[in-house]
Design a protein around this ligand. Structure first.
Ligand SMILES: Nc1ncnc2c1ncn2[C@@H]1O[C@H](COP(=O)(O)OP(=O)(O)OP(=O)(O)O)[C@@H](O)[C@H]1O
Ligand SMILES: [Mg+2]
Length: 267
């Protein structure tokens, strides 16, 4: 066990139905924060936990970890960790979580096809899950958790192995989940997409939560770049314009806002 705390000074509240983005430098504590939220600390990863972690006012440490894991879908940073290794086909792999929850067979089959179509992995359904590429594995891991239809999803870098199309598909699905009232906590380095979709953003640095708030407010804070946080490309563009003496009304964090502000100036 390390003597240095992996997390310190973290106080955050997650509201039902909101989409939270988590960003920050490598080893900043993002995955550790996710493990804390899903109750794995100190249940599974042994360590000292000072302070409290509660869900609907209940102390997480007193909750049954098996029950908790059905209410909270967790998608690992490393998709190789998520694939069970016990199923012979992708179809069965996606159905595994639902099987454990006792979802009726017909419903299960319907959901597997539905989500495979959303992720464009229908062609893989009969393949061996252990013989997939990293990107394919990541999509299958994502599909198997989403299919479980939990209330809350904690998703740790689900697009790290994906191309732009695969990444866009994941974000669209996450947006749909949000529209269904699910709570989303997403660790993601692709801040341009977070800027577009997330309600709030949290920034981890050296195990501390150094910023949190509305997406526009956090991602427009240029000082966060010195702390290893990536900021949207439009923020960089704002700074280039500023150096030329052209100052926009506000720091744009999305392309839409950037274009809107530029159009206003051009008339
Ligand atoms: N099980 C563990 N026991 C002790 N220390 C750990 C454990 N897991 C992670 N750490 C330490 O906690 C710190 C934060 O790691 P964490 O994996 O949460 O970072 P991260 O922000 O997710 O990084 P990355 O962007 O690389 O995924 C690191 O210094 C790491 O070495
Ligand atoms: Mg991580």
């Amino acid at each position: 066990m390390s003597k240095v705390p992996a997390l310190k000074n973290v106080t955050a509240t997650f509201e039902r139905g909101k989409f939270y983005g988590v960003i920050g430098e490598n080893a900043g504590g993002k995955t550790t924060l996710c493990n804390l939220i899903r109750g794995l600390i100190p249940h599974f990863y042994k360590g000292k936990l000072k302070g409290e972690v509660t869900i609907d006012g209940e102390d997480l440490r007193k909750l049954d970890i098996d029950i908790l894991s059905t209410q909270l879908g967790y998608i690992f940073q490393n998709p190789f960790t998520q694939i069970s290794g016990v199923k012979k086909t992708v179809f069965e792999e996606i159905a595994l979580g639902m099987e454990n929850l006792g979802v009726p067979k017909e419903e299960m089959i319907r959901r597997v096809f539905e989500i495979a179509e959303l992720l464009k992995i229908e062609d893989l359904l009969q393949n061996d899950p252990n013989a997939l590429s990293g990107g394919q594995r990541q999509k299958v891991a994502f599909a198997s958790i989403i299919a479980m239809d939990s209330d809350t999803f904690v998703i740790d870098e689900p697009t790290s192995q994906l191309d732009p199309d695969g990444t866009a598909a994941i974000f669209e699905i996450i947006q749909t989940l949000k529209e269904q009232g699910k709570t989303i906590i997403l660790v993601e380095h692709k801040v341009d997409l977070l800027a577009q979709y997330a309600d709030e953003v949290l920034v981890m640095h050296g195990g501390e939560l150094i910023a949190q708030g509305k997406t526009q407010d956090v991602l427009s804070d240029i000082s966060l770049r010195e702390k290893g946080a990536m900021l949207p490309h439009t923020v960089e563009f704002y700074q280039v314009l500023k150096a030329e003496g052209k100052i926009l009304d506000r720091v744009p964090v999305t392309r839409q806002d950037c274009i809107a502000q530029l159009k206003e100036r051009l008339v």
